[in-house]
Design a protein around this ligand. Structure first.
Ligand SMILES: Nc1ncnc2c1ncn2[C@@H]1O[C@H](COP(=O)(O)OP(=O)(O)OP(=O)(O)O)[C@@H](O)[C@H]1O
Ligand SMILES: O=c1ccn([C@@H]2O[C@H](COP(=O)(O)O)[C@@H](O)[C@H]2O)c(=O)[nH]1
Length: 331
């Protein structure tokens, strides 16, 4: 469209220029021949050499050239028409190619309408979430890029607000390390590649961990850290497990996260705290996880906190956000 618009603009300009030229030509012919020109024409006629296109006098040169440009302009008109035709065909082909290419692109984002349709479909299948009967169960999703500081801030919240902290990444690593796990190798591969483990595994681990915490010490407020990382996980969790209260989103520039992860990699022992895996994790975050943040943002559920400060300053922002949402410290 932009190209077509620009093209139309060009056409408009050249069209205006053509109009100006032809108007000027008509004006000249409308004015008729000036008396001196008439005189000259008569003289030329008398000499039997009338040739409206060839005038020798220098002083009339410009007028005469304009006057005689009529036939030339008519000769050029077909050329202009060809040019316009070719340009229109070219623009059409260009727009067609773009349209086709767009249709071929992989889809990483779902619209609200698609989300609502999916939700409606799921509602028929799953009439109740796992904790639907328990109004005390509260879930806050904690999202942010790799190394943004989610785990660090979750530890503060657990200490002061009595939440249980469930990190999806920690649960997957524990499952990977469990000797009898049938998913150990699969999880290890996904983590090293920085891609998202099939959601059924993560959902089952989260749901089981929530049940265990409720049974163990009655804690019903959960920080679900590093989840959902994909739109389908978000939909499934909210349909099957619990609807989130809001999303705590830690914003952080990539270069800051990179530095933190490389530093952490010196002692973490994590298979994905190396430059190769980190780059892949950043890519997955942008392509697959940011659409989740965008979605929750559209429905007014995202509380953003800037992570590019000292941990205490970040935590002060978290506390303010919690207060705003009516969540107070437990002691
Ligand atoms: N505000 C901060 N300033 C400086 N360093 C920080 C800050 N917050 C966290 N860190 C450090 O950065 C590293 C990553 O932090 P953390 O593990 O909390 O991030 P994360 O978002 O949970 O990461 P991941 O998604 O990879 O699990 C840690 O070594 C942590 O000590
Ligand atoms: O919902 C999830 C959460 C995590 N993963 C995989 O685990 C790693 C590490 O996650 P951290 O939150 O950084 O601990 C992540 O890169 C994914 O590969 C997942 O698949 N699904």
């Amino acid at each position: 469209m932009f190209a077509a618009g620009r093209f139309a603009g060009l056409l408009g300009r050249s069209g205006a220029r053509t109009a100006r030229v032809s108007l000027f030509s008509r004006g000249l012919s409308g004015r008729g021949l000036s008396s001196s020109l008439l005189r000259q024409t008569r003289v030329a006629g008398q000499l039997g050499q009338l040739n409206s296109r060839v005038v020798s006098s220098k002083s009339w040169n410009s007028s005469v050239r304009m006057y005689s440009s009529g036939p030339q302009a008519r000769q050029q008109a077909p050329k202009l028409r060809y040019f316009i035709l070719i340009a229109l065909i070219g623009t059409g082909a260009f727009l067609y190619t773009i349209n086709k290419t767009e249709k071929k692109l992989p889809k990483t984002f779902i619209t609200n309408e698609e989300y609502e349709a999916e939700k409606a479909k799921n509602k028929l299948k799953h009439k109740k979430t796992a904790f639907a009967g328990d109004d005390d169960v509260a879930v806050v999703f904690v999202l942010g890029g790799p190394g943004a500081g989610k785990g660090t801030q979750c530890a503060n919240i657990v200490r002061d607000y009595g939440f249980a902290h469930l990190s999806a990444g920690d649960l997957l690593r524990a499952e990977q390390a469990r000797p009898d796990s049938k998913y150990g190798q699969l999880i290890a591969n996904y983590i090293k590649e920085g891609t998202i483990v099939p959601m059924e595994i993560t959902l089952a681990l989260l749901q089981q961990a929530m049940r265990e915490r409720i049974a163990k010490d009655g804690v019903k407020r959960f920080l679900i850290d590093g989840f959902p990382r994909k739109m389908d996980q978000a939909i499934k969790f909210e349909e099957d497990v619990a609807v989130s209260k809001f999303v705590l989103f830690f914003e952080c520039p990539e270069d800051v996260m990179l530095k933190r992860l490389l530093k952490r990699g010196e002692s973490s022992g994590r298979t994905d705290d190396n430059i190769e895996s980190i780059r892949k994790r950043f890519r997955t975050f942008i392509d697959t996880s940011m659409p989740v943040v965008d979605y929750f943002s559209k429905v007014g559920k995202v509380v953003s906190v800037s992570c590019n400060n000292a941990p205490d300053a970040v935590y002060a922002e978290v506390q303010a956000a919690f207060k705003e949402r009516g969540i107070l410290p437990s002691k």
